[in-house]
Design a protein around this ligand. Structure first.
Ligand code: AMP
Ligand code: ZN
Length: 665
């Protein structure tokens, strides 16, 4: 095989795996094996720039920076949809159609995906352009960002027309949205409000590598162009699916309005089970010929109609507003409601986000408020029923002091949130910081949970995370629900955590805006905590991916006498506050979480050396193959029964060179 053929083969293979994973939701290889192949392709492409291809799967990681998005006219206008809210509205629409069309009319029913609309252009099976809707006549060129979305095919399969546009919606499924928010809360950022705005905001990010990290999906619903070789909307959906697009299967072909209503009623209930947000159903005349006869109004097609689900909404009384204090001192106002049924659950509380939101809604204790459940887990208040407002009601005054420690709150310019600045004396902050310190991605202390941390703080046994390392068994045994055995486990868990590598300790410190990735970058760049303590703002900003906001936060953390004292104690207790010799030698935690079996005889390294390498790079060596095995490093003479088992369980087998390449040796 020539290099070019090798590159092509890898591209095809990776495209297929992307398709299986992101379009069909049915992966056939492990993430790990995928990464190996992707890396192999990246290396080949780097060595052979003459075979560059803008649609190679390696281009999905992004990296292109767009400062200003170019505005480009749509070849075919992107219309809006007319909305309907009732059976009667739909009946009226049907009557209008019957007046213009002779004969029977079939309809397709599709879900109305709630995200950002997008128009993709394909030429000869390759994605050449992606435009936002804009004003419908022209949109912004967001091709670099859209390419990073894995369910958007860069290369089509089957018998596609030479040139066409396809329209769809970029959505952020709930799972991914919630995960993104968890990460933001971890580093002290405000969570995103809803999936739709986050999806459309993502399309306009300047750095496509950032977009690549967001779990966006693209759901397609409309084929546009000339000579497409299809006669109906339903057929075009099926064709698009064949060419490799993600076209949700919920779409249905129906014969009359009753069946349309059946579809609507079904999804009005079942939409809550979907992985992404929908706000209605779109009904379209199925025959493209009939569509053409019906044509367009100034704004929208006459052949399509959106039916909007009623947002599930109830009204209830606002009993009180309470204020929560987070780990970073951020204050979140929470509405305590008269309990009420909404979308199948009893709602007692709703988020009010921040002071501005309270002013905007002008919510007052005693008001009757409308509560809605959108994509978020916590319902929100959308408006006040002013007709029911009591004459005696007074505007809500936002608290000026911390509800936990009475310290005067501060609000920095440009920030929506108020903060309690009593970093060292405010209980929820103290507890929250220690809880973060022991959490799984940080020090991962076995035998110690968040509730126990609160008990320990409330009992006056600890006041910051360095105190953990002086705890004794005798001190903890009297705590609630603490038995001899669990006390042992707790103390042992704490003492074992001194081996956790520097980058995770750095993350565990809970410096605002320093998440896992930033902690890794800082650890790698500065190598010791002392170097970070002494780092200048300029120096920090020069580290890849670190901006002024993070730099300031790092400096602020390390100018606190108290923090420096705590860090000194952590040093005394033996925590890893610099990169270990192994890490300096270029060893890593690349294999973290991987369970690896070594089998056979090797050419360049001994079996023992291989095992050591696995452990030093964070992996676990196991002697037997099971479904938990991540992969096998196999030399010559791998046992036939092992081989058979590996194949049966679909476990990747790597030779020693591939393995060494994986750990960058
Ligand atoms: P609206 O923004 O309320 O005028 O609704 C029109 C928008 O709905 C279109 O621009 C599309 O982005 C979006 N949409 C979502 N799902 C569909 C679908 N299945 N068919 C057509 N449009 C859809
Ligand atoms: Zn406080």
């Amino acid at each position: 095989m020539t290099i070019q053929q090798q590159i092509e083969a890898l591209r095809n293979e990776l495209n297929e795996h992307n398709y299986n994973y992101y379009v069909l939701d049915n992966p056939t290889i492990s993430d790990f094996e995928f990464d190996i192949k992707l890396k192999e392709l990246q290396e080949l492409e780097a060595k052979h720039p003459e075979f560059f291809d803008a649609n190679s799967p390696t281009q999905r990681v992004g990296g292109e920076i767009t400062k200003n998005f170019e505005t480009i006219p749509h070849d075919f206008r992107m219309y809006s949809l007319d909305n309907s809210y009732s059976k009667e509205d739909l009946k009226d629409w049907e009557t209008r159609i019957e007046k213009m069309i002779d004969g029977a009319v079939e309809f397709t029913c599709e879900l109305k995906y709630d995200g950002a609309s997008i128009s993709l252009t394909y030429e000869n099976g390759l994605l050449v352009q992606a435009l936002t809707r804009g004003d419908g006549f022209q949109g912004d060129n967001v091709t670099a960002n859209v390419k990073t979305i894995k369910s958007v095919p860069l290369k089509l399969k089957g018998d596609f027309p030479p040139k066409f546009d396809i329209r769809g919606e970029i959505v952020l499924p709930f799972d991914g949205f919630n995960k993104m928010n968890e990460e933001r809360i971890e580093i002290g950022e405000e969570p995103y409000r809803n999936p739709r705005n986050t999806a459309s905001g993502s399309l306009k990010l300047q750095d496509s590598a950032e977009v690549a990290k967001r779990p966006l999906e693209c759901l397609l619903y409309n084929l546009t162009g000339t000579n497409l070789g299809v006669k109906t909307q339903f057929e075009s959906l099926e064709k698009a699916r064949e060419w490799g697009f993600k076209v949700p299967k919920a779409s249905k072909l129906v014969n009359n309005l009753d069946e349309v209503l059946e579809f609507i009623n079904y999804w009005d209930v079942h939409r809550h089970e979907l992985p992404y947000e929908t706000d209605g159903v779109v009904i379209k005349v199925n025959s493209l010929q009939q569509q053409e006869e019906l044509g367009y109004t100034a704004k929208s097609p006459r052949w399509a109609m959106a039916y909007k689900f009623k947002a599930e909404q109830v009204s209830t009384r606002l009993n009180s507003i309470s204020y929560q204090v987070g780990r970073t001192g951020a204050i979140t106002p929470v509405a305590n409601l008269e309990p009420v049924e909404l979308a199948g659950t009893t709602v007692k509380r709703a988020s009010l986000h921040n002071a501005d939101q309270i002013v905007k809604l002008d919510v007052r204790v005693g008001d009757e408020v409308f509560v809605e459940k959108g994509g978020e887990i916590i319902p929100k208040i959308i408006a006040v029923d002013l007709s029911k407002r009591l004459p005696s009601s007074k505007p809500t005054e936002y608290i000026t002091r911390c509800p936990e420690c009475e310290t005067e709150l501060v609000r920095q310019e440009g920030e929506a949130q108020h903060y309690c600045p009593n970093y060292n004396g405010c209980k929820p902050q103290i507890i929250g910081r220690i809880q973060h310190f022991i959490s799984r991605k940080a020090m991962d202390i076995d035998g110690l949970g968040g509730e126990t941390v609160a008990l320990l703080v409330n009992a006056g046994l600890i006041n910051n995370y360095s105190d953990l390392y002086e705890l004794t068994k005798e001190q903890v045994i009297p705590l609630e629900r603490m038995a001899e055995k669990s006390a042992d486990n707790l103390i042992q868990g704490i003492s074992q955590s001194v081996n956790i590598p520097f980058e995770r300790v750095l993350y565990a410190l809970g410096i605002r805006y320093v998440g896992e990735t930033v902690a890794k970058k800082l650890a790698k760049h500065y190598k010791t905590i002392d170097a970070i303590v002494n780092a200048t703002q300029e120096g920090l900003v020069n580290v890849d991916e670190i901006g002024v906001k993070i730099a300031e936060s790092v400096q602020e953390f390390f100018t606190s006498e108290n923090n420096l004292k705590i860090i000194n104690r952590l040093k005394q207790f033996g925590l890893q506050l610099e990169i270990s010799a192994e890490q300096l030698e270029g060893l890593t935690n690349i294999l973290e979480g991987e369970i690896i079996v070594v089998s056979g005889v090797f050419e360049s390294v001994s079996r023992d050396e291989l095992k050591k390498l696995i452990e030093k790079n964070g992996g676990k060596v196991s002697s037997s193959i099971s479904s938990k095995t991540s992969f096998i490093v196999a030399g010559d003479n791998m046992g036939p029964s092992k081989k058979e088992k590996a194949e049966k369980l679909n476990i990747p087998i790597l030779n020693e060179y591939k393995f060494l390449q994986k750990i960058n040796i």
